[in-house]
Design a protein around this ligand. Structure first.
Ligand SMILES: Nc1nc2c(c(=O)[nH]1)N[C@H]1C(S)=C(S)[C@@H](COP(=O)(O)OP(=O)(O)OC[C@H]3O[C@@H](n4cnc5c(N)ncnc54)[C@H](O)[C@@H]3O)O[C@H]1N2
Ligand code: MOO
Length: 415
């Protein structure tokens, strides 16, 4: 039984990206838009600030009344109004009068400067002022920040807290976004039990569904973690049919190899819209990708936990970015030096989970230093070693050994 020709990692990545389109845009209230990608430019509906207002708690005055004012020349003015932030009043400040005003309150007509309360006696009927204000002192002008119609946010921006604040300030209650992809996560394997449950002989905790659900969240998607299901073809087919109408994609783990009970392959390989095959990759060799008959996107990842982590980073995360409409370029791999050597299988591009350290006072040129995060190096079952992995060292398919001191490319940081 010979092995089929292996597809390269780059080709599979291209295939995945070419098969996916951004989810259709829709207006979402800004309270729920964080993490989604903006589908259209957003312009300010109003000036920011909306109106001239005071930058200080103090008194709105006519500057001409206070020329020459100082500690030795106090000037007393009648206080004709009290203006808190939010006031709807617009009292005219005539010559020789003042209004008490709080930070954020609109400047009353006639006033052309604000004197901070610290430079007064804080009077409420008459105020005595001991400083001459500069021209337009402590006034925040309408439109200083943005004029009406100015660009606030560009299409393609993944919305963070800062973006939501700017959009809210510019008068938007909702934003046009590509929704975050809803992603169901299912682990297959009769050997799987919920973590924390005592496993019987032959059983192990399901770690993949937790890895995948959290990875989906970190990639900006909305996970629906179904958890572990046994290797039962009929039940698995029913579950897919039940779940798929509510999600944009399904990420599966396990059951894609050549075993006798490989349920994912058994149920999905007959679909013409699914591809299964080996990749020239380690870990992550057996993979499936495509769509269910109803169009739901399916990533069928191998069961080994390190394979799942690597496959998510290399295929699923870029795919989810595409569904989410994120057009920012993927981070480029950075140059690093291997601190120790390790072996890589010939003919397969290797993705080694690594601990990353930066050269410090020892005279290094700032190059990253990496070593495998798992004690035993490469092994797609070494889930414990994943905890220490800061990134993935990529070793070309034609390299079968990395030696200490070799340069390697490292995928690192949010992608
Ligand atoms: N004769 C061959 N056997 C295998 C090959 C091969 O080419 N020929 N490929 C190996 C490689 S490489 C991988 S990767 C695995 C992938 O197999 P499956 O995708 O069918 O995955 P399973 O057999 O279901 O599980 C593999 C391994 O991972 C453990 N596992 C599965 N799910 C979870 C989970 N949710 N949480 C934690 N661990 C999980 C499972 O118990 C197995 O130990 O096939 C090799 N075999
Ligand atoms: O390709 Mo497998 O994913 O090495 O364990």
């Amino acid at each position: 039984m010979g092995e089929p020709v292996k597809r390269s990692v780059a080709e599979h990545q291209r295939t995945v990206l070419a098969a996916l389109e951004p989810l259709p845009a829709r207006d979402v209230p800004i309270g729920g838009a964080g993490g989604a990608v903006l589908a259209a430019d957003v312009r300010s509906r109003t000036p920011i600030p909306l109106f001239d207002n005071s930058a200080m708690d103090g008194y709105a005055v006519r500057r001409a009344d206070l020329i020459g004012a100082g500690p030795d020349h106090p000037v007393a003015l009648p206080v004709i109004a009290d203006l808190p932030a939010g006031t709807g009043e617009r009292p005219e400040i005539g010559p020789g009068t003042a209004a008490r005003i709080m930070t954020g309150a609109p400047m009353p007509p006639g006033a052309d400067a604000v004197v901070p309360v610290e430079e007064t006696d804080a009077g409420t009927t008459t105020v005595t002022i001991t400083a001459e204000p500069a021209e337009a002192a402590h006034i925040r002008r309408a439109g200083d920040d943005l004029a009406t119609g100015e660009l606030v946010l560009r299409a393609g921006t993944r919305l963070t807290a800062r973006h939501l604040a700017a959009a809210a300030g510019a008068g938007h209650g909702s934003l046009p976004v590509h929704p975050r992809p809803r992603v169901a996560v299912i682990s297959t394997g009769t050997e799987l039990v919920d973590p924390g449950t005592e496993p019987a002989w032959g059983q192990i905790p399901d770690s993949n569904s937790y890895l995948l659900a959290q990875s989906v969240t970190e990639a900006g998607g909305a996970p629906v973690r179904i958890g572990a299901v046994p290797d039962d073809e009929a039940a698995f087919a029913r579950l897919l049919a039940e779940v798929s109408p509510d999600v944009d994609a399904i990420v599966l783990s396990g059951g894609v190899s050549v075993g006798a009970f490989d349920v994912v392959k058994a149920v999905l390989a007959p679909l013409p819209s699914m591809w299964f095959g080996p990749l020239a990759m380690q870990p992550g060799k057996p993979q499936g990708f495509g769509r269910l008959a109803d169009g739901t996107v399916v990533f069928a990842l191998p069961g080994n936990p390190v394979s799942v982590y690597v496959s998510f980073e290399v295929f699923v995360r870029p795919g989810l970015r595409r569904l989410a409409g994120d057009t920012a370029p993927l981070p480029r791999p950075v140059d690093a030096v291997a601190e120790v050597g390790w072996r890589s299988p010939p003919g397969r591009e290797q993705y080694m989970p690594v601990v990353i350290a930066q050269d410090g006072a020892d005279g290094g040129a700032g190059l990253l230093r990496v070593r495998p995060s798992a004690r035993r190096g490469s092994g797609s079952h070494l889930v414990g070693g994943l905890a220490g992995a800061d990134g993935l060292a990529r070793v070309a398919a034609d390299v079968d050994e990395v030696s200490a001191g070799d340069r390697v490319a490292v995928l690192w940081g949010a992608s």
